[in-house]
Design a binder for this molecule. Structure first.
Ligand SMILES: [Zn+2]
Length: 191
């Protein structure tokens, strides 16, 4: 019976992850990639549990975003991306010592960890502009490492995301925002 139990638990974990991801309006392709469930089962889950619920969830069609420019287009966006990148680092989804980090495909445990990062991100940045799919794009792009890098500012110590192909390299978005601000009172002295 043990093999049957393990198989059942494995199926249940995939199912739970798919439900969690549909709730975050993940695209079918991303759910398939992480859970290994086929499109038909994902569609049925969506129709059975979400389509006619009290808070209808939009089903995202088409491909996931892959461009990186919107992730760093403005200092505010680069800061927001940096917050999510820090959550990914803290949860071992990207790894500096052993890049890129754990395998992603059909990795249900990693999928749940990614959802935890996103759910924390929603709390930390209540007015976030990055959707689940843009956050997924950030993870995949950072692991690829050819377009997006992460740096720590020598002045304010904040970690931020930058476009590795852009020259000169963009400066720290937190320092840029602080310079743009009219209020030049040091934060430490304000309280
Ligand atoms: Zn800075």
């Amino acid at each position: 019976m043990r093999a049957t139990d393990d198989r059942y638990r494995g199926e249940q974990a995939k199912f739970d992850l798919a439900m969690r991801m549909i709730g975050h309006e993940a695209r079918t392709g991303t759910i398939r990639f992480l859970t290994g469930l086929n499109d038909d089962r994902i569609r049925k889950l969506y129709t059975s549990y979400f389509k006619y619920g009290q808070e209808p969830v939009r089903r995202q069609r088409g491909r996931s975003p892959t461009r990186i420019a919107p992730l760093v287009r403005t200092p505010l966006r680069a800061l927001e991306s940096g917050v999510f990148a820090n959550l990914l680092l803290a949860n071992g989804l990207i790894c500096v010592e052993q890049p890129p980090g754990p395998p992603l495909k059909h990795n249900v445990d990693v999928g749940h960890r990614f959802c935890e990062c996103f759910e924390t991100f929603e709390v930390v940045v209540p007015r976030r502009s990055l959707s689940f799919e843009w956050c997924w794009n950030l993870l995949v792009s950072m692991r690829r490492g050819d377009e997006l890098g992460i740096a720590r500012c020598g002045v304010c110590s904040i970690c931020y995301v930058f476009d590795v192909l852009s020259l000169p390299r963009s400066t720290c978005p937190a320092c840029v925002l602080f310079e743009q601000s009219d209020d030049t009172t040091p934060i430490a002295a304000a309280g």
